[in-house]
Each structure stands twice: as C-alpha cells, then as structure tokens.
Design a protein around this ligand. Structure first.
Ligand code: ZN
Length: 317
C-alpha cells in the first residue's frame, strides 16, 4: 500500500482544473471546473445553467437517480448529472477527498472513455493536504448482494482491494478477472487508461432511441462481430475488466469517504455497485467511520506509521 493512500490528512486539489469535452449521451459540448474545497466537503457537483447554480449534489449513493447505462445523480428539484463514474474514479483513485465539480451541463464529459484525461489534468495542478484527519468508511463484516445473475460482496480489509470478474458471451471478452490492491500508483498504471466499451448492436439501438449520441470510436471501444472496430485496438488485452474495475471505484466513491474493504463482484455494473452501498449502509453494524490519526497528536513519523497500521490492521484478527 502506498504511503499516500494511508496518508493521515484529507486532501484537495492544489488549484482549479478546467476541462472541456462532449457528453456521451447528449452529444453536446460540456465544460467542467474542479475547484479546491475545504476539509469535510467531500466531492460535490455544482450544476450551473447560464452561470446560475441550479443544484448542489453530493457524490453520495443516496442521490443516485439511475444506474442503467451510467451513474446518474439527481437533486430534489429534478436536476441531474450523468456519467459521473469516471471522474469520481479519478478523484478517488488519486485520493482527492474534497472538491467542488462545477458543470454547465447534465453530463460529465466522456473525454476518451477512460479516467486518464482527468488524471492528467489533476496531476497538472497537483494535490494538497488539509489540516484535518482523513476519514474512512471501515467495513466491519461481510455484506453480500445478488441481482439477477450478478453478485457483489464487501468484506473487511485493511486497505482497498478490488476483485472484479466479468463474463460476456463473446470470445473477444469471455471471462476476465482482475484482483488489485488499490493505491494511486496502481490506479494510474493499471486502471485509469481503460476505456468504456459497447457492442455495435447495442450502440445502434441507443442511437435509434436518441441516446449515446456522443459515442464514437474516440471515446468507446466498439465491439463488432467478435472484433474490436477501433483501428488502434485495445490498450490492454483485458481492457474490459480493467474498465469495470475503474467503474467500481467511481461508483463506490459514492460511499462519501474512502472504503477500508475488499470488494468482489461478478458480472457487476453500476446498478450492482449502487445496490452494494445501499446494503452496506442499511446495516449500521456493518460499518464505522474511522479517522486517521492526526500528525500533531502523535508527533514522530514512526509513531504515525505505527498508529496508522494499528488502525488499519484492527480487522485482521
Ligand atoms: Zn465506465
């Protein structure tokens, strides 16, 4: 586990991050500005129309309005923001605890279909630490959900471990499984660049119903008759399962704080990830908020490391 992941203090962005792109469902241009935020803000979407704020939506599973094609968050006044998962994965993957995400559209731009453009933009401004202890959601006992042929489990774990398996009835994908202990280095190298994917037959149906209007080979791995249509091919031989792991990180960021847990899912997706958080938080004996020890309360670096590993190891017995 990287030192930064166990970092005892909350973080935010060191400056503003401006990004422009296209909404994959609307096909419309979108611009977003990520702003630094004070401790305990969490990740919040500030939705604007004509420079007026029309909604302020916390990145929280209770705000999920739809999780069919992508993850959509909604406010009580009906304002929604869609396709939040790849941006949230980048923020969580890089351990950014607090940020305001200002957006002038109903959809986060799809960029290249992965989290890499968000990671690059965040890295350009950097991440700064705040004078407040980081809080984690610590999973205390196994929680399992089943949904059709899919299942997911959250288990106690001293870091954040992902074990994702997918199964598609095409030899191009077949069964793929990825197990990874997450930290920012692993996120950058192994997951951030994995793109979203879709089957041409489904995309054509979506286009006919006025959806996925912004989907193109620039932002989606398109699967035809058992072959990838994109001329550049795949970024990883198992890019599909890597993207599903990326989606899971983004969806589980809706827990509101980093999880200390192992997450296993089979044939999962946005809907299963959301159901998983609902099941976890419905059982108040299954989780607890724990704080990383404050540096000034402990003093020497070795003592900080000892205290942090004692906290993280408490559930190993
Ligand atoms: Zn995705």
């Amino acid at each position: 586990m990287s030192k930064r992941f166990v970092g005892s203090r909350q973080t935010t962005l060191a400056g503003e991050v401006v990004l422009t792109g296209t909404g994959v469902h609307s096909g419309s241009p979108v611009s977003i500005i990520l702003h630094p935020a004070e401790a305990d803000t969490g990740l919040r979407f500030i939705i604007t129309r004509d420079d007026e704020v029309v909604a302020d939506i916390a990145a929280d599973f209770r705000a999920v309005a739809n999780a069919t094609l992508c993850t959509v968050l909604g406010a009580s006044n009906g304002v929604t923001v869609a396709t939040v998962e790849h941006l949230l994965a980048a923020l969580r993957g890089l351990c950014v605890d607090n940020a305001y995400i200002e957006i002038d559209s109903a959809e986060v731009p799809i960029m290249d279909g992965s989290a890499a453009p968000f990671v690059i933009a965040i890295d350009e401004v950097g991440i700064s630490e705040l004078d407040a202890p980081r809080k984690y959601i610590k999973v205390l006992k196994p929680i399992r959900v089943e949904d059709g042929g899919c299942w997911g489990e959250l288990l106690p774990h001293a870091g954040f471990f992902l074990d994702v398996e997918i199964e598609f009835d095409t030899p191009l994908i077949g069964r793929q499984r990825l197990s990874v202990e997450l930290n920012p280095g692993v996120f950058r190298a192994e997951l951030a660049r994995a793109r979203t994917f879709g089957f041409m037959r489904d995309v054509e149906k979506l286009w006919a119903s006025g959806r996925a209007l912004g989907a193109s080979l620039e932002n989606t791995v398109a699967i035809g008759d058992d072959a990838v249509i994109n001329p550049e091919g795949l970024r990883f031989s198992n890019e599909f399962v890597r993207h599903k792991a990326l989606d899971a990180i983004g969806d589980l960021a809706l827990s509101g704080a980093p999880l200390l847990a192992a997450y296993r899912s089979k044939r999962g997706g946005h809907r299963l990830n959301t159901l998983m958080l609902r099941a976890l938080f419905a059982d108040t004996s299954a989780w607890a908020v724990v704080q990383a020890p404050r540096m000034r309360d402990i003093g020497r670096p070795e003592a900080i490391a000892r205290a942090a590993s004692a906290m993280l190891a408490a559930d190993r017995s």
